[in-house]
Design a protein around this ligand. Structure first.
Ligand code: WT7
Length: 572
């Protein structure tokens, strides 16, 4: 089995020996690196930003290089500190403080990061939302979290519901045509008036700071709650997995609306005091390579979909750029095809280091390390200090090469602490005593490398984004033409999976191209573009259990031309 190996590259990584670290590493030792180890006062935004200015002399160092086609800006650590202080003061002026949920819904920009850090400095809980969400998705999240405020831009204002009882303040970054409406505040004017100094709200390690919504196989998206304590893991994985060194220029391509864009787009780089690149605008292969070249990016963290798109754009484009600055390349979000790893070796002369984790784990759990041989197709090995294993349904650890539940011994520093207002959902993850159940299946080989096999539930992973089939189905049946709907992930060479919907039409509707486009648009507008089906197939009737649940596994078998298996629970 798996004989292909990519040897360690020359260099001097932060983590010298995986085996030694596994045997000796203790999280308690990492805690000493933080100022709260002596003061007992905790705020992750202080440790990530202010401390670099006030205690480490990095005030004039660039923290953020922002660029999009219309704007290029370099922001120092001191400016990050002062601007986030200002926003903290703005929030306080409006009575917003500890424990309150403040959402951010806007395209990437320096203002987004300042607002985010300001929320955390007042002890608030930040809820970043991906800018592509449409009104329905925004409403679900704001309502569930009982958000009191949101930071947004004029272009996105239409998607923010005006009838939510808790939502009192809308901070508008930019002035809409026709001026500000009720409850809307001018972000820039407020910032200009605010002091660049603030009193940080100090708290406890276990105080919440981040609420991220993620999809499951049933029900509405759930609010995954993270606490300040996660910094221990963000810092140490930043050192050993991202292999960050003091002078590095680091680029994480993920949007801050997803967990990667926060844990590894904000915390890990800033806790390690490096310079981070953020690129706005749309994906274009030549722009991406140019970003690496122009900013001399050393460490680059991206996703399989992006690598596959770059691969698809051809090797000639790569040759137009000097990418010799790249030292370390990483990938997360979905299975990284061995073919992509081989391509990376060929065009960048670099190994792409796959790693595995989830919104719920808050930080990286399994990874390939620079000091370790890579077996293309494997996610690597558990982080020192974290015990991940393959277990059966009773919690027994399975021997190598047996497929089972990918599970993590609880707790670990950046583990989620709650599902917002839904303890039952939270407990489901921990229903096997002592373990966190990921919902993924995998196996471990004889050398301790983990190999991803698939999701155990029906959650779809399209271009690295998690989409719950139930949400899409619910939206589809809201359309007047759709009687019932079943949604599955269909394997796709570029996107990993695409969303395919099977629907049955209501009486009197005729299946046409126009209707298809209309239904797809309906989901795009109601949920999000990435959640809309790319394919729709019409059937007279969908396979259902006697209790009325759509049998997605039967749809999947139809799609793949596989046997449908046990149909004993299917209605007539
Ligand atoms: C799910 C989590 C936290 C990263 C962004 C996604 C899949 C993640 C890998 C990998 C195969 C992977 C899993 C996981 N996944 N990394 N290296 N190989 N699959 O976070 O949206 O919470 O999704 O993404 O299925 O459970 P997320």
């Amino acid at each position: 089995m798996h004989t292909e190996r990519i040897p360690v590259f020359p260099g001097d990584p932060n983590l010298k020996s995986y085996e030694e670290a596994r045997a000796t590493f203790r999280w308690e030792d990492v805690e000493r690196e933080f100022s709260w180890h002596t003061t007992g006062k905790v705020n992750i935004a202080y440790e990530a930003i202010d401390r670099n200015v006030l205690e480490k002399g990095l005030g004039e160092k660039v923290a953020l290089y922002y660029s999009d086609p219309a704007r290029q800006e370099a922001v120092t650590y001191r400016q990050m500190m002062e601007q986030s202080n200002r926003f903290a003061n703005v929030l306080r002026k409006h009575g917003i403080g500890k424990g309150e949920r403040v959402f951010i819904f806007m395209p990437r920009s320096p203002e987004l990061y300042w607002s985010f850090l300001g929320i955390i400095k007042v002890g608030g809980i930040a809820g970043p939302l991906f800018e592509a969400f449409m009104e329905g998705a925004v409403r679900d999240r704001l309502a569930d979290a009982e958000a009191v405020a949101i930071v947004t831009t004029p272009a996105l204002r239409k998607r923010i519901p005006k009838d939510l009882p808790h939502l009192k303040h809308i901070f508008m970054v930019g002035i809409p045509e026709g001026g500000l409406g009720e409850g809307e505040l001018d972000w820039h004017a407020e910032m200009a008036e605010a002091s660049p100094e603030t009193d940080i709200e100090w708290g406890d390690r276990e105080d919440p700071m981040l609420l991220l919504y993620t999809s499951g196989s049933t029900g509405k998206p759930k609010g995954v709650l993270h606490v300040h304590n996660g910094m221990i893991q963000h810092y140490q994985t930043g050192k050993w997995i991202l292999d960050l060194r003091p002078d590095d220029i680091y680029w994480c391509t993920a949007d801050p609306g997803w967990v990667t864009g926060i844990s590894y787009g904000v915390w890990a780089p800033y806790l390690n005091g490096v310079t981070s690149v953020v690129r706005g605008g749309r994906f274009r292969p030549d722009d991406w390579y140019k970003t690496i070249q122009d900013y001399q990016v050393n460490v680059w963290y991206s996703a399989p979909t992006a690598f596959r798109m770059l691969m698809g754009a051809g090797d000639d484009i790569v040759k137009q750029f000097d990418l010799s600055c790249l030292r370390h390349v990483l990938s997360v979000g979905e299975p990284l095809n061995p073919e992509v790893v081989r391509w990376g070796l060929k065009v960048f002369d670099r190994r792409i280091h796959d790693n595995w984790w989830m919104t719920e784990t808050g930080g990286q759990i399994i990874s390939n390390y620079p000091c370790m041989e890579i077996k293309p197709g494997s996610m690597g090995k558990p982080f020192p200090g974290i015990h991940a294993a393959i277990i059966d349904d009773k919690g027994n650890e399975l021997p190598p090469l047996q497929m089972g539940n990918l599970a993590v011994k609880a707790p670990w520093p950046s583990m989620m602490r709650r599902i917002w207002k839904n303890p039952a959902k939270y407990n489901e993850y921990f229903k096997i005593e002592g373990w966190y159940l990921s919902g993924d299946s995998a196996y471990m080989d004889e050398e301790g490398y983990f190999w991803f096999q698939g999701r155990i539930d029906d959650v779809i992973n399209t271009s690295g984004e998690r989409v719950g089939p139930f949400e899409v189905e619910s939206k589809l049946v809201e359309h007047p033409a759709v009687a019932e709907a079943g949604v599955i992930g269909k394997p796709d060479p570029l996107r990993g999976e695409i969303i395919k919907a099977f629907i049955a039409l209501r009486e009197g509707y005729l299946w046409t191209e126009d209707l298809k486009t209309e239904i797809i648009d309906f989901v795009k507008k109601g949920l999000a573009a990435h959640a809309a089906p790319r394919e729709i197939e019409v059937r007279d009737k969908l396979p259902k259990t006697r209790s009325g649940k759509i049998m997605r596994r039967v749809l999947k078998a139809w799609e793949l031309g596989l046997p449908t298996g046990d149909l004993s629970t299917m209605e007539d």
